[in-house]
Design a protein around this ligand. Structure first.
Ligand code: F6R
Ligand code: ZN
Length: 162
């Protein structure tokens, strides 16, 4: 997660605590088109500075592959964006189905006090492109302001050549 949180000092100060921010458990299936990868993602509660714990986030390597998330527990948001510059931040709460359409990068953020637990399923051949987000970040960040979650522009976002 180095470089992903806006407050680099707060991030550095937390490193010696060896904290687990999130966990992913996946049923391994062959990485082929007819398969469905599926599993559970658990984002723990907490913040780095005033930015909520979140997943690293990614595009799928096969860009036009979608994903379905089903929220089992907790309170969160899914931050999404396309290479063309569209963005969207959607609520995650228990019982909600969240559809990530083809070509949208996605990151889940825990804005609550308990674990954010989601079930996910996506095509076996999708793959994960972490590098693009590592380099350019997401356009939007979710931070706490006056005790509430707020979506702000990422001042460090910058486009890279794809
Ligand atoms: C798979 C998917 C989820 C995430 C998980 C952790 O395509 O979107 O299973 O992998 O929520 O997030 P990342 O992979 O971004 O660290
Ligand atoms: Zn995904």
């Amino acid at each position: 997660m180095k470089g992903q949180y806006l407050d680099e000092q707060a991030y550095a100060a937390m490193l010696n605590q060896d904290l687990v921010l999130y966990e992913v458990y996946e049923i391994k299936r062959p990485e082929s088109a007819g398969e469905l990868m599926h599993g559970i993602s658990i984002v723990h509660p907490g913040k780095v500075g005033d930015e909520y714990f979140m997943t690293k986030g990614h595009f799928h390597t096969v860009l036009d592959t979608a994903e379905v998330y089903y929220c089992l527990k907790g309170q969160g948001t899914m931050v999404m964006e396309t290479p063309e510059g569209d963005w969207s931040v959607k609520e995650l709460r228990p019982g909600c189905v969240l559809y990530v359409p083809p070509c949208w990068a996605h990151r889940s953020v825990n804005i609550g006090q308990q674990d954010l637990v989601t079930f996910f399923v996506y095509p076996g051949n999708a793959g994960h492109d972490y590098g693009t987000i590592e380099q350019q970040g997401f356009r939007k960040l979710v931070v706490e302001r006056d005790g509430r979650a707020q979506v702000i522009d990422n001042p460090r976002w910058h486009a890279i050549e794809r």
